[in-house]
Design a protein. Sequence first.
Length: 247
Amino acid sequence: MTDSRPVAIVTGASRGIGRGIALELARTHRVIGTYRGRRDAAESLQAECGADIVQCDISSAADRLALIEHARSRYGRLDLLVNNAGIAPRERLDLLEATEEIFDEVLATNLKGPYFLTQLAARWMAEQGAGRIVFVTSISAYTASLNRGEYCISKAGLSMAVQLWAARLARHGVLVFEIRPGIIETDMIEKVRQAYEEKARSGLLPQGRLGTPADVARQVRAIAEGLLDYGTGTVLNADGGFHLRTL
Ligand SMILES: NC(=O)c1ccc[n+]([C@@H]2O[C@H](COP(=O)([O-])OP(=O)(O)OC[C@H]3O[C@@H](n4cnc5c(N)ncnc54)[C@H](OP(=O)(O)O)[C@@H]3O)[C@@H](O)[C@H]2O)c1
């Protein structure tokens, strides 16, 4: 019997938020989950939910092309792209000390990679006349952290990419959304988890707790189900209320 379930690509699905999204989507979609180096983690995702796992360094043009070609030849359709893969700077350095090398690495992974992967997916979805694309940005798109300027710039740029792609693709029936996670319990925040937990409890996060990958995945679920379909370009906050200004 042919499998008619929709097809989703989730980048950075081996761990953290992307893994949570892949697990959620695997209930209804055929999921292609990408990873960069942690094959062990990707294999455990595959064992857990049957995802098709593909090695792809999102900062590499050749890897991006190979990923889309894999999806085309194996599935022949693409319903959802979740641009989730991203990195924190290897070292948190003050703006006066930060290096060009780290800047280039973060921008290539967090901004150039998803921007041009989206270009490839968008051409295909435009041919199909349908599709949805999600960008996982961050509260760092609008919050200045003085020891990781490159990360903030990458996420602010990605937020603009959402608007650009949403405006460009609407006429083709392709819808684009942004999810801005706040502080989510994953490997990425391991080094600063304790400080963040204290801040969360003392009022930084009105909802009083850090987020989980499942909190973000549920927002992707709403998009995947079409619940936001008359709102291309919509920004969803997955941040426990961090974005609220209070006095
Ligand atoms: N955690 C937070 O508090 C938080 C808050 C706001 C936004 N975000 C954003 O959410 C996204 C996921 O973050 P996370 O916390 O889940 O991170 P994570 O736990 O460190 O996981 C990162 C994932 O991305 C993959 N990855 C890293 N570099 C890659 C590259 N060059 N090409 C392809 N895949 C790559 C990793 O693959 P391997 O397993 O193979 O290394 C892994 O699957 C990122 O875009 C991040 O900026 C996170």
